[in-house]
Design a protein around this ligand. Structure first.
Ligand code: CA
Length: 230
């Protein structure tokens, strides 16, 4: 089933789009703000995104820019009526089409169909591991809560090892063996500092109140618990 991500903060418009698209046979996923949009995008890998420009938290421009770092899925932009500059800017920023609000339902459906017909299946960078994290091996980076975080080789392998064992404690010794090419002479402090660097990088792109995705278990090691509160 073709999946459409609707990014719209206005409840009435979002509901109208959901009803319209569902009736037309699409599966609809909805996000109400920019950050939620990036999370849904990377977790659900939709076939097309309908993106409103005026959004809370991150606006449509920011969402579009970050989306284009990660995927070439077709994007239909919803712009304000008469905002010619928005259309030009949108197409330059990588939107595939735009529609001024308020729009006619038939026209919206026709444009969605046309975009899907034209587009090859979307390509995605990296692999989704849970709702909040993607790992992008070719760039040695992680996409955490929709934002790309650059990691060193060691940091990347450390995070990958913890994620592969998600929910379980990985001991410092196991991390040394699996992450460092030559663990001879490397002490547990090196592991500790590498974990701290990864945590700090992930947390820079998260709200201050967000739970720490990597938990230190005293005397045992470290555990990836993702975006979940314990
Ligand atoms: Ca809006």
């Amino acid at each position: 089933m073709t999946r459409v991500l609707v990014v719209e903060d206005d409840e009435d418009v979002a509901l109208a789009l959901r009803v319209l698209l569902t009736r037309a046979g699409y599966e609809v996923v909805r996000a109400a703000d920019g950050r939620d949009a990036l999370r849904r995008l990377f977790a659900d890998e939709p076939d097309l995104m309908i993106l409103d420009i005026g959004l809370p938290v991150l606006d449509g421009w920011q969402v579009l820019e970050r989306t284009r770092d990660m995927t070439d899925l077709p994007v239909l932009l919803l712009t304000a009526r008469g905002a010619e500059s928005d259309r030009v800017r949108g197409l330059r920023a990588g939107a595939d089409d735009y529609l001024p609000k308020p729009f006619g339902t038939e026209e919206l459906l026709a444009r969605v169909e046309a975009l899907l017909r034209r587009a090859a299946p979307a390509r995605w960078t990296g692999t989704a591991l849970d709702e909040s994290l993607r790992l992008v091996p070719e760039r040695r980076s992680a996409v955490w809560r929709g934002e790309e975080v650059r990691l060193s080789d060691i940091e990347y392998r450390l995070l990958q090892t913890l994620v592969r064992n998600r929910g379980r404690v990985v001991s410092t010794g196991q991390l040394l063996d699996q992450v460092w090419d030559d663990p001879q002479g490397i002490g547990p402090d090196r592991v500790k500092f590498a974990v701290l660097r990864v945590r700090r990088k992930l947390q820079q792109s998260a709200p201050a109140t967000a739970p720490d995705p990597i938990e230190a278990v005293r005397g045992l090691g470290y555990r990836y618990r993702g975006d979940q509160e314990e």
